[in-house]
Ligand binder design. Structure first.
Ligand code: GDP
Ligand code: ZN
Length: 512
């Protein structure tokens, strides 16, 4: 305590050295000293006092900077004291196995890196737009902030991600996102949207009211296959198509196409409980996402499988993330009740409309799984199964081994990927050579797939002539505008119900 008693004399010394100084000279925080560190800190302080009395020390002490900043000597003394105190505590602990006293603990508390705890968990609720996610750590759910800038995690965390978090009394923050096993990506306004991470299964929910489209089914199958996910097709509202009815036969025929090529198809009714147990056993031990258009009954299915517990969880998640009443605007992950291997089910509002993102036109054929056994025997190894001679896939279609509906769907999706209406066309993710390749391909007339219109012509067909006139006036010559008008002739306005031109076999003039 000798040193501490000396300290009150210092302000006078300090003010003597600096008449302009109004603030009292404060020693290095003596209230934090403990009995054990006292001697060590005293050494540090003595050297500090000595320094202050030397000329340079006095000049330093009188400068404004010296008052606001910690001096090097203070830091050194502090570090030395801490190190020695820690060593002594450890040796004491080893000798006597005594618990740390409160004083010792509080001595360490001001080292901010020791305030924090680290934990890992998985993201169960996402509100990325709000800069926070809900992370399940053991049995606890924590709202974790997603730091920005230098401290930002390696990836934006999304539902299903395994994350490392750092917690303090004040808050929890996401430190790191562990590598993802799989994801499901869709295209949203020219950008990719990763719906969730570490999935095993996509549950594609369909219904007859509203009626499903094969185009949507094929897009989900392609995207899921691109991420090596299993898919199960679930026709919900089976109660609306009673067994033996004409409507049932019709929907069975449509879904048999998928069953034939190896996809699992289930008929269920969230309302009446039909097929729910089969679905539940498929979900066991896996992380799955519900995909499907609005109104097909995904929420009803989730609540039935959750046996009434999920509404409560969703409410809880939205309350924790402070999302207010818009509880369906965030992706949520739920553990389904029941025995056996745990089943996790993800409900994502983003999974209601589906456009392909992460597949290039030339890769599409690999995701039509029924083509694969035949494609091996095509004459050309890079056969696109369009107009190439010696194509065994086309032969298989003719012989009934590949469903013609699927082959037509392949042609359509190939075309939209080529145009860039879907896929990552013109995205920053494409390299310049890929861009060049795509531009070249898009400019080549795709007469070989039975759709003779080039990308620009289809774009023209989709826009109104009025718009085009406005857009091109002053930039194009009269001839170009005239050729655009020609493209807009009635025979080309036919669409195949999906908004794409179906003027097969009717070559048109150049698109200008
Ligand atoms: P979501 O938009 O996919 O989440 O669809 P919802 O779960 O909100 O359901 C849309 C509508 O379908 C609701 O009116 C439900 O009552 C109805 N619905 C859901 N499941 C079934 C079912 O199995 N049978 C019948 N008949 N109606 C259902
Ligand atoms: Zn082929």
């Amino acid at each position: 305590m000798a040193v501490l008693r000396v300290l009150p004399a210092l302000p006078a010394a300090s003010s003597a050295s600096s008449s302009s100084s109004k603030r009292p000279w404060r020693p290095w925080p003596c209230e934090r000293l403990t009995r054990q560190t006292e001697r060590d800190v005293a050494i540090g302080l003595t050297s500090l006092v000595k320094m202050c009395w030397t000329g340079s020390g006095r000049r330093l002490a009188s400068s404004r900077k010296a008052k606001s900043r910690t001096t090097l000597a203070q830091i050194q003394a502090r570090l030395r004291a801490r190190k020695e105190a820690r060593d002594r505590r450890q040796s004491l602990k080893r000798d006597e196995e005594i618990p740390e006293t409160e004083e010792e603990v509080s001595d360490e508390d001001d080292e901010d890196w020791e305030d924090f705890g680290y934990a890992s968990g998985y993201v169960v609720g996402g509100a990325e737009r709000h800069g926070q996610v809900l992370v399940k750590v053991n049995q606890q759910t924590l709202v974790c902030r997603i730091p920005k800038g230098r401290r930002a995690p390696n990836m934006e965390p999304i539902v299903g991600d395994e994350v490392k978090i750092r917690t303090s009394d004040a808050e929890a923050v996401v430190e790191e996102v562990l590598p993802r096993r799989s994801t499901l990506i869709r295209r949203q306004t020219m950008k990719p949207q990763v719906l969730c991470a570490n999935l095993d299964l996509a549950v594609l929910v369909l219904s007859t009211e509203p009626n499903f489209s094969e185009g949507m089914v094929d897009r989900v199958l392609v995207s899921a296959h691109a991420q090596s996910l299993d898919v199960v097709l679930v026709l919900n509202k089976a109660d609306l198509v009673p067994r033996g009815s004409e409507a049932r036969h019709r929907v069975e025929r449509r879904l048999f196409v998928y069953e034939k090529i190896g996809y699992k198809v289930l008929f269920v009714s969230a309302l009446e409980g039909e097929g729910l147990e089969d679905l539940r056993s498929l979900l066991g031990g896996r992380t799955s996402i519900l995909v499907g258009n609005s109104g097909v009954g995904k929420s009803c299915l989730l609540n039935k499988l959750g046996q009434g517990q999920i509404e409560v969880t969703v409410g809880d998640i939205s309350e924790k993330l402070k999302l207010g009443r818009h509880i369906t605007t965030t992706t949520t992950m739920h553990r389904l009740p029941g025995e056996g291997p745990p089943a996790f089910l993800i409900d994502s509002p983003g999974a209601r409309r589906f456009s392909i993102w992460d597949v290039k036109p030339e890769e599409l054929k690999e995701h039509f799984i029924e083509f694969i056994p035949f494609a091996r025997h095509c004459k050309f190894s890079d056969c696109r199964h369009l107009q190439e001679p010696g194509c065994m896939v086309k032969q298989a279609v003719e012989e009934g081994d590949v469903p013609p509906e699927r082959y037509m769907s392949y042609q359509r999706i190939y075309q939209v990927l080529l145009e860039g209406t879907e896929g990552s066309f013109r995205s920053a993710l494409w390299t310049e050579s890929e861009h060049a390749e795509k531009r070249k391909r898009a400019s080549v007339r795709e007469a070989d797939i039975g759709a003779p219109l080039s990308a620009i012509e289809i774009a023209v067909l989709r826009s109104s002539l009025h718009h085009l006139h406005h857009a091109f006036k002053g930039f194009c010559c009269k001839d170009s505008l005239r050729s655009m008008e020609l493209i807009m002739t009635d025979e080309n306005k036919d669409t195949d119900g999906m908004g794409y031109a179906a003027a097969a076999g009717k070559p048109k003039s150049d698109g200008g």
